[in-house]
Unconditional design. Structure first.
Length: 227
């Protein structure tokens, strides 16, 4: 195992921060969790990620690595001999995992985020339809990638499981506050069962926020004018 002190700049409620936390758990890498305070940015964060000024940032022997999916890849490569592989071993499967991870951030998450912003019946219906379409696309991606196994990555959770699963806490909060089922077992049965398995994984459970706690936090941050 590569030595060097590992620190993670982040925040408990951030889905993007969950990604490296899960990867570090999978690889059994101990780390110091440096939590940012909501609404302000520490000097260390600004210095470590001057391009985006966003969390997460991994500090490995004081060298920063930014962008959650890039950090997950870095963790997989750096601690390659420890724990299961996070990225698939075949180049085609790796390309597919990266493709779908980009789809999740650029399309699926954008649809999820637009749901609470929708105003009135028409907009809510349109947002719901958009998210349902993205869910159906991911249901098919799950069937293709998992090849009958429990996770996108096969027998163990991996890159794509982490890329999507990190949003499940916020998805539940959005369901709770919006009063709509957003991951429907009748419409996306494989994805719904996968979500349950993912949340119960020992690498995920300790970092997945409780829905009630996250909902309370959401109330606080979205009540602020510029949240
Ligand atoms: N693409 C980035 C997104 C990171 C991100 O949006 N982080 C949020 C917290 S969940 C953040 O730092 N927001 C502060 C800001 O936008 O200034 C990644 O994957 O790491």
């Amino acid at each position: 195992m590569t030595t060097g002190e590992v620190k993670l700049i982040g925040a408990w409620a951030s889905p993007f921060v969950m990604r490296p936390r899960i990867a570090l758990n999978l690889k059994s890498v101990p780390y110091e969790f440096l939590q940012e305070t909501f609404g302000s940015k520490s000097e260390l964060l600004l210095k470590s990620n001057p391009a985006h000024k966003k969390i997460p940032v991994l500090l490995h022997a004081d060298k920063p690595v930014c962008e959650s999916n890039i950090i997950v890849e870095y963790i997989d490569e750096t601690w390659s001999s420890s724990g299961p592989s996070v990225l698939p071993s075949h180049p085609y499967d790796r390309a597919m995992a990266r493709f779908w991870a980009a789809y999740i951030d650029e399309k699926w998450f954008v649809s999820l985020r637009s749901f609470p912003k929708a105003q009135g019946e028409e907009e809510t219906k349109a947002a719901l339809a958009q998210l349902e379409e993205a869910n159906a696309i991911l249901e098919k991606a799950f069937i293709d990638c998992s090849k009958g196994k429990p996770f996108f990555n096969g027998d163990n959770i991996g890159y794509l499981d982490i890329a999507l699963g990190c949003f499940l806490g916020w998805l539940r909060v959005t369901e709770l506050t919006g009063g709509h089922k957003l991951l429907d077992e009748a419409k996306t049965p494989s994805l719904s069962k996968w979500a349950e398995r993912f949340c119960n994984d020992p690498a995920v459970k300790p970092v997945m926020p409780e829905t009630a706690k996250l909902a309370e936090f959401a109330k606080k941050i979205f009540a602020k004018p510029h949240a």
